[in-house]
Design a protein around this ligand. Structure first.
Ligand SMILES: CC(C)(COP(=O)(O)OP(=O)(O)OC[C@H]1O[C@@H](n2cnc3c(N)ncnc32)[C@H](O)[C@@H]1OP(=O)(O)O)[C@@H](O)C(=O)NCCC(=O)NCCS
Length: 178
């Protein structure tokens, strides 16, 4: 990863989506260490060391050139406000499902309830379906994450199943490219 690599993938009205750079590390780790952000994604905050490991080894790094969770930045002042993106959807045996992508929306707590996740979702769906001709976009949401459910349903996704895993349950949502 280059320190100043600023490759822009996509833009929406107020946001731009670009590859992460090493300069994003502190903002990224602050989100991973925030109990509000982590409440329904992992449950507990990560340590700084765990967050750094995630930054380097998680889906922030592009797969096949661009599929990733992209740094999500306010156009107005270049502020990093989270990560949103499309990344490969893996099947039961770890294979990438052709024509599918997984969508993730993560906004830093101080920026919640400004419509940013909804705006990002619309941009990602258009990018995935119109530019990359995906057949489906999928996402999983932990039961109880009502804000996320609200956003995903507003974006037109349909609930297909509820999976129970240990003491947590997850909704599986799908949006078909019709
Ligand atoms: C879920 C998340 C991405 C939403 O981001 P956001 O930028 O605040 O979302 P928006 O402002 O676009 O929309 C939020 C909507 O949910 C609603 N909402 C907020 N909290 C809610 C709650 N507890 N219950 C129901 N609806 C809620 C808001 O009113 C708003 O709806 P509206 O636009 O119809 O008024 C953000 O809370 C987040 O990053 N959470 C932590 C990470 C996470 O859980 N990501 C999802 C992984 S599946």
């Amino acid at each position: 990863m280059e320190p100043n690599q600023q490759k822009i993938i996509l833009e929406s009205e107020r946001l731009l989506f670009r590859l992460h750079t090493l300069d994003d590390m502190d903002d990224f780790c602050a989100m991973e260490q925030d109990p509000e952000v982590r409440r329904y994604v992992g449950g507990k905050p990560r340590t700084r060391a765990e967050a750094e490991d995630r930054f380097i080894n998680g889906p922030m790094q592009p797969h096949e050139g661009f599929w990733a969770m992209w740094a999500t930045v306010l156009k107005a002042d270049d502020q990093y406000i989270g990560r949103c993106g499309l990344y490969p959807h893996y099947g039961q045996n770890g294979e990438i499902i052709a024509g599918d992508a997984s969508m993730g929306l993560y906004i830093a707590y101080p920026y919640w309830r400004n419509g940013f996740a909804t705006e990002a979702g619309h941009a990602l769906i258009s990018f995935g379906f119109n530019k990359h001709h995906l057949k489906r976009i999928v996402t999983m949401i932990q039961v109880g994450n009502d804000a996320s459910v609200h956003v995903i349903e507003k974006l037109g996704f349909t609930l297909t199943q509820t999976e129970h895993s240990g003491n947590r349950s997850f909704y599986h949502y799908v949006l078909e490219n019709n």
